[in-house]
Design a protein around this ligand. Structure first.
Ligand SMILES: CC(C)(COP(=O)(O)OP(=O)(O)OC[C@H]1O[C@@H](n2cnc3c(N)ncnc32)[C@H](O)[C@@H]1OP(=O)(O)O)[C@@H](O)C(=O)NCCC(=O)NCCS
Length: 247
């Protein structure tokens, strides 16, 4: 394995690049996801569900989706965006029939998936409400937003992964740096990322890389990275939705 090098010098190597994700990358992205996130919710839901999940990042106006390519093959990716609550709602609303049938099938046939689905009951409930009573759901959302205190403009990383044999080369850092550039251009002051508690390696990396822990529960730890200094707004909390959809 080669030692991590800085992102700029890595990208000068002609066989390595980070670029926007396209429709044509989706199958490769799903392959990388299945390798990198075994046992995670999306993996349990299968390839079709996972493909629909990543596809939404290509069309949402406040979503960012990038891939890392080595010798023309996709070996890593990062997705996220400014309005992750809206991304989640739109994902379930637009694909409701397909997703509902996959979830129902997995619920009946796969006991591990069943536990995962039950743990996401609030998400599924919210999604169902948005589809069945869209007007009422929009009103509730507007009320909730109005009640929230002012928060710093925040972008969230929803998923980042690099194939195992390409790790330690600086690709993860390159993806993250590009993500931060997109977030900054989109007006974000903070980038947030949530890590599963059992992902010990990633928890340690976040601390080493200077991310600040902002929230923790028994399953996850949320971190924030300041990308724009905030001398005039120290009292504002980090924005974004508290309940992150963990892929
Ligand atoms: C996390 C992952 C994408 C990192 O990819 P990588 O290409 O091996 O990482 P790099 O070689 O670019 O790392 C170089 C440095 O960049 C920084 N960096 C890279 N990825 C980072 C991330 N996601 N968050 C914060 N810092 C990161 C770190 O400072 C790192 O140095 P360190 O590992 O010594 O702490 C990769 O390990 C992976 O796919 N892991 C499994 C999936 C996973 O856990 N994803 C995160 C879920 S929250």
């Amino acid at each position: 394995m080669v030692a991590a090098t800085d992102a700029a010098s890595l990208e000068r190597r002609s066989n390595v690049r980070v670029r926007p994700m396209t429709q044509a990358d989706l199958r490769s992205v799903v392959d990388v996801h299945f390798e990198v996130f075994p046992g995670y919710f999306l993996t349990r839901m299968g390839r079709r569900f996972t493909l629909l999940y990543y596809a939404q990042y290509l069309t949402h106006h406040r979503a960012y989706a990038l891939v890392a390519e080595v010798d023309g093959s996709v070996v890593g990716f990062i997705v996220g965006g400014r309005d992750v609550g809206d991304l989640e709602r739109r994902f379930y609303r637009r694909n409701f029939a397909t997703l509902a049938s996959i979830i129902a099938y997995r619920f009946v046939t796969d006991p591990v998936a069943r536990a995962s689905i039950l743990a996401r009951a609030p998400v599924v409930r919210r999604a169902t409400r948005t589809v069945l009573r869209p007007k009422r759901a929009a009103e509730r959302e507007a009320i909730k937003r109005a009640r929230k205190p002012a928060r710093r403009p925040t972008a969230s990383v929803l998923s980042v992964g690099v194939r195992e044999r390409h790790r330690g080369l600086g690709l993860g850092r390159m993806l993250l740096e590009r993500f931060v550039d997109l977030a900054r251009d989109d007006g974000a002051h903070v980038v947030k990322d949530t890590v599963q508690r059992d992902n010990v390696e990633q928890l340690a990396r976040k601390v080493r890389a200077g991310w600040r822990e902002i929230h923790a529960d028994e399953h996850r730890v949320s971190f924030a990275l300041e990308i724009v200094p905030a001398p005039t707004e120290p009292e504002l909390a980090v924005g974004g939705d508290d309940l992150k959809f963990t892929p």
